[in-house]
Design a protein around this ligand. Structure first.
Ligand code: TPP
Length: 334
């Protein structure tokens, strides 16, 4: 790990990673106690990816997210209360409880939304970057997706456009080793970075468990996007601790307990960063424990709040589920 930002930045990055892990622990608990409708996909283990990248962005920069999207939301600035409300289908949720776990959007922080369709956000992110270019804005869009999404034809279509038009977009592939229940090497021939390079796109591969390495690369690429040097591709090597979704509990037919233990015990991004913070003298063990306790308390308070919050009224069932916008007003310059 290399030093890059100041003490406050380091502590905020650590806190954000702990917030994601804690959010997921609580979401898992809500699912297990049958309080949450539907399924959810845990981001635990991948925290350094979302935090490393989003900490290199501003509120005007945008992201698009995936079915495994809670980490992206938190890292881009979402609040616990509104997120838990969304998971529980409550009116105060980010999408008034109508999106649920896989469709959280938070436009106030530039989060254009998660998408349950694998690869579904690739066109949205590329369109967002095209809008920035046409309007002369200097914001960057990061498109998060998994290794499995690289099998979608859409990715090759948008990479072609983005490369031809030099769009300010970073395609961030979270390679957690599996696409649902299949190992990446069983579905992806050759190298994923080489696919982006075939379109003339500069491609990088980085240790997704090292938040500082991710952040350093993201800062460099975001700055270069703003100078018109985009697009870029990054493959982030990471691991999801839970099953594909919360109901995927018997995983031994596709990955071993030893493999899971190795990642958790030897490569955990939070333990690793915590050790670095203490070794650098940025925080003591006691200070880290106090931060962890505060986050736990915040999550507990937000869950209690969301459980007590109101459901949307039945009269709203058809509202906010499709756009009422006149397409003519969406034309550039209109
Ligand atoms: C178009 C489409 N095909 C299939 C699915 C079912 N599905 C949901 S998640 C998933 C695997 C995605 O793997 P990856 O992109 O690597 O993301 P990860 O779950 O590993 O984060 C699949 C096949 C879907 N939601 N959308």
């Amino acid at each position: 790990m290399t030093a890059k930002t100041n003490t406050d930045d380091y502590l905020r990055m650590y806190t954000q990673m702990v917030r994601i892990r804690t959010f997921e622990d609580n979401a898992n608990q809500l699912y297990l106690s049958a309080k949450m409708p539907g399924l959810t996909h845990m981001y635990s283990g991948e925290e350094a990816v979302a935090v490393g990248i989003c900490e290199a962005l501003t509120d005007s920069d945008r992201i698009t997210s995936t079915h495994r999207g809670h980490g992206h939301c938190v890292a881009k600035g979402a609040e616990f209360r509104q997120m838990f409300c969304e998971l529980l289908g409550k009116e105060e949720g980010y999408c008034r409880g109508k999106g649920g776990s896989m469709h959280i959007a938070d436009q106030s922080h530039g989060n254009l939304g998660a998408n349950a369709i694998v690869g579904g956000s690739m066109g949205i992110a590329t369109g967002s970057a095209l809008r920035a270019k046409l309007q002369g804005a200097d914001d960057v869009t990061v498109c998060f997706f998994g290794d499995g999404a690289t099998a979608q034809g859409l990715w090759y279509e948008v990479m072609n456009m983005a490369a031809l038009w030099r769009l300010p977009v970073i395609y961030a592939c979270e390679n957690n080793g599996y696409s649902e229940y299949t190992k990446t090497e069983e579905i992806a021939a050759g190298s994923i970075t080489a696919r982006a390079e075939a379109f003339g796109i500069e491609a990088h591969r980085v240790d997704g468990q090292d938040v500082l390495a991710v952040n350093e690369l993201a800062q460099t690429l975001a700055a270069r996007c703003r100078k018109g040097e985009g697009p870029f591709f990054v493959e982030l090597m990471t691991y999801r601790y839970h099953g594909h979704h919360v109901g995927d509990i018997n995983r031994e037919y596709y990955r071993s307990k030893e493999e899971e233990a190795d990642w958790k015990e030897n490569r955990d991004p939070i333990v690793r960063f915590r050790g670095w913070l203490v070794a650098q003298g940025i925080a003591t063990e006691d200070e880290i424990e106090a931060l962890n306790a505060q986050v736990k308390q915040d999550a507990k308070e937000a869950v209690t709040y969301a459980e007590a919050a109101r459901y949307p009224d039945i009269s709203e069932v058809d509202m906010h589920v499709h756009a009422e916008t006149d397409p003519a007003t969406l034309r550039p310059g209109a």
